[in-house]
Ligand binder design. Structure first.
Ligand code: S3P
Length: 446
């Protein structure tokens, strides 16, 4: 028998000169998932441009293909979906594997709860350890029959679709995944489904349902949908992902003499928390060429090297910057003075425990980051990070990319080990950074 030699893959980010130039970012991950889901449920064809062709979104596309939706790629990022209507999905023959994607799993749980068939959702090790009770519990109140591991808290989730009834749900967390899962269930439920949240989470679902022709009621932190509304096929363009833009943005702020323009980035106010925080820290970022694309505001962002100072993060900004705290922590670690993040306990249940992963990974490169139960205290060093160490990505794309940006800005190279999963949200990250002058190398070790 042949002996298997384990091959370890590593990413090494090297410090270098200024980052300069213009880049376009891949499509927004949240918006891409929704474009696929609503396109599949619409009557008629939808054409999506600039769809994120990252691992997470392709899993969602594959799940709908397994339920009888024709999805055809005609060009890079251009997808034609033949919608089957709200009642047109068919029972998948196999388990639906959502990979690393919390959005894919939670949104599909909501949708599948009201379909007249049986389905099973699973995912990778990270996804199987993320809380699913936050959707399973309110969906059960609507009549859903969902079973999962550990008293229905974890995937795999087995869903026996059934008839649902709308509820009024006051969510304890500001989560767009919870909100969207319930609204998707509500599309197939009797009566109204009303969701309130403690702070406004990203509102792409609300904007896109409107674009697909569904009348929603929105009042402050409450949104409602009435069952049976039809979706009409549309043509739309997905804006560049501000959560991906965050990496070259912080890299340009930290590497001396950098001047980078990020084209066509979505600046939906529910997503621009990082911009607000960096501006508060003294970052030189300007918004140019602001426009609207399919109900979502878009701009080009010009970012220049800046001297940053520490801040106290206002709690109300936290939900609007939730995915950006890993790279924000890096910016704060290189700023003058102290930065404190609190009220961000959600970071513990993302693709990894991001508070722990960041404190450890950046700590190894010389950052002074103290873990708090719901955030972190960062004592900045404007001299920058020493680098020179290995750190674990924990299968988390945003941890891996943060560590790579740290390497571009540090005094010595940073090596990222473990599954990096960068393809889930930012395919071509290394190449994109290379066009700006950043050197990221992939190496395998036996
Ligand atoms: C997302 C919502 C957020 C975010 C995730 C994408 C979405 O998660 O962190 O990356 O597309 O709805 P929560 O709903 O758990 O806050």
């Amino acid at each position: 028998m042949m002996e298997m030699i384990p091959v370890k893959s590593m990413l090494i980010a090297h410090p270098g000169g200024p980052l300069r130039g213009e880049i376009e970012l891949p499509g927004d991950k949240s918006i891409s998932h929704r474009a696929v889901i609503f396109g599949a449920l619409a009557d008629g064809e939808s054409v999506i441009h600039h769809l994120l062709e990252g691992e997470d979104v392709l899993r969602t596309v594959a799940a709908f293909q397994a339920m009888g939706v024709a999805a055809r790629r005609t060009d890079a990022g251009v997808w034609h979906l033949r919608g089957v209507g709200l009642e047109g999905l068919s029972e998948p023959e196999d388990v639906l594997d959502m990979g690393n994607s919390g959005t894919g799993m939670r949104l599909l749980a909501g949708l599948l709860a009201g379909q007249p068939f049986f389905s099973v959702l699973t995912g990778d090790e990270s996804l199987r350890s993320r809380p699913m009770g936050r959707v399973a519990i309110p969906l059960a109140r609507m009549g859903a029959r969902i079973l999962g591991r550990n008293q229905n808290r974890y995937a795999p989730l087995a869903i026996q679709g059934t008839e649902l009834t709308g509820i009024e749900y006051v969510s304890p967390v500001a989560s767009a995944q919870v909100k969207t899962a319930l609204l998707l269930a509500g599309l197939n439920a009797a009566g109204r489904t009303v969701v309130s949240e403690p702070a406004l989470s990203r509102d792409h679902t609300e904007r896109m349902l409107a674009a697909y022709g569904v009348g929603l009621e929105r009042h402050g932190l409450t949104v409602a949908v009435t069952g049976g509304a039809r979706l009409r096929g549309v043509a739309l363009t997905v804006p560049g992902d501000i959560s991906s833009a965050a990496f070259p943005m912080v890299a340009a702020l930290l590497v001396p003499d950098s001047d980078v323009t990020l084209r066509g980035v979505g600046i939906n106010p529910t997503r621009t928390g990082l911009l607000d925080l960096l501006l508060m820290m003294g970052a030189d970022i300007t918004l140019e060429n602001q426009r609207d694309d399919g109900g979502e505001p878009v701009a080009d962002l010009r970012v220049r090297h800046s001297r940053l100072h520490g801040i106290q993060v206002p709690p109300e900004v936290v939900p609007r910057a939730i995915d950006e705290f890993p790279v924000f922590a890096l910016a704060a670690a290189c700023a003058v003075g102290e930065t404190v993040v609190t009220g961000a306990e959600e970071l513990r249940v993302k693709e990894s425990d991001r508070i722990q992963a960041i404190a450890q990974g950046l700590g190894r490169q010389g950052a002074d980051i103290e873990e708090l139960p719901d955030g972190m205290r960062i004592r900045g060093n404007p001299g920058g990070l020493a680098g020179g160490a290995r750190a674990e990505a924990y299968g988390d794309h945003r941890i891996a990319m943060t560590l790579m940006v740290a390497g571009l800005a540090a005094r010595r190279a940073v090596t990222v080990t473990g599954r990096a999963n960068v393809e889930t949200s930012f395919p071509g990250f290394g190449t994109t950074m290379a066009t700006l002058g950043g050197r990221i190398e992939q190496r395998t070790e036996e």
